[in-house]
Design a protein around this ligand. Structure first.
Ligand code: BEZ
Ligand code: FE
Length: 287
């Protein structure tokens, strides 16, 4: 094609896709090219704006490394990670909602017995909470031997890998449900924190006129063979930013209530929260 026009450019680029690419790659690229071209046409993007966008992406790449992925943050701020998660994990059988993973998960957290504390360093203003509950199947039966990774930010609003003054793996743990499907751990009442805004993600927030804050939450990754892995968060019902999370990850069903404990209790609060897992389709098919 030697004469591309505004009207034929999308078809020309799509026609250039190789014959040997997979059907899924063809589907994704056809959608991407078509929608990106339509976006440029609809908004009449200027050349100068396009170059600014490319420079923005270059800065996002420059600040990214194996510990920081600016593109995840950008996708979160635009509501894309939460959208993709809802598309990929539709709630079909009454299982618990998932929500965004975020950039702060670390593999292989300390393996701890049920009821143990994930707090390795005390902060003067911290409030402690016993988080406990059961992991159930969609039939309501408790599930034993479920692995539960939890992680949260410290009272200074930082995850341990962001803060050289916190011990390695502070506020992280891996637990397993007992024969009654029960799990329990002691953590800190989660506090709101701003997502990192010192890079391209912060520029985008400014451009959007939006703030970087997330409501107080505790992350969960819940896995058991034969069940769909669940990546989710519990939000404190009294935290700020529940209605304007910078990454749009709040779901009503994921809001938990912290109840004040009586004096002499081991923690300041207790929060009961059950999760429901659904069977993996391949596991059902194999029966
Ligand atoms: C988080 O909850 O850890 C998070 C999620 C999205 C972006 C930044 C942080
Ligand atoms: Fe978080």
């Amino acid at each position: 094609m030697r004469n591309v026009t505004i009207d034929n450019i999308s078809d020309v680029v799509i026609a250039a896709l190789g014959n040997d690419i997979t059907p899924r790659h063809r589907e994704i690229l056809t959608g991407l090219i078509g929608h990106a071209h339509d976006f440029c046409k609809e908004t009449k993007v200027t050349h100068s704006e396009w170059l600014q966008a490319c420079e923005f992406l270059r800065r996002a790449g420059d600040i990214s490394d194996e510990n920081r992925n600016e593109f995840i943050l950008i996708s979160d701020i635009l509501g894309i990670e939460v959208l993709v998660d809802m598309i990929d994990h539709p709630v079909t059988e009454g299982e618990s909602c998932s929500t965004v993973l975020g950039p702060f998960y670390r593999e292989n957290p300390p393996v701890l017995p049920n009821g143990a504390s994930i707090i390795q360093k005390d902060f003067p203003d911290q409030e402690t909470v016993l988080v406990q509950g059961r992991i159930l199947g969609t039939d309501g039966q408790p599930l034993a031997g479920v692995t539960i990774d939890v992680w949260e930010d410290a009272p200074n609003g930082l995850y341990e890998q962001q803060d050289p003054d916190q011990p390695d793996y502070n506020l992280r743990g891996r637990f397993q449900t007992d024969e009654n499907g029960h799990y329990a751990f002691i953590g800190i009442r989660p506090v709101p924190y701003p997502i990192p805004y010192d890079g391209a993600a912060g520029e985008l927030l400014n451009y959007m006129g939006h703030h970087p804050w997330r409501p107080g939450h505790i992350h969960f990754m819940i896995t058991k063979d034969g069940y769909r892995p669940l990546i989710s968060q519990i939000f404190d019902s009294e935290t700020k930013f529940l209605d304007n999370d910078s990454v749009f990850a709040v779901k009503e069903d994921l809001i938990g209530k912290l109840k004040k404990t009586s004096s002499g209790s081991k923690t300041d609060y207790v929060m009961d929260f059950d999760f429901v897992l659904k069977r993996e389709a391949v596991a059902i098919a194999a029966e």
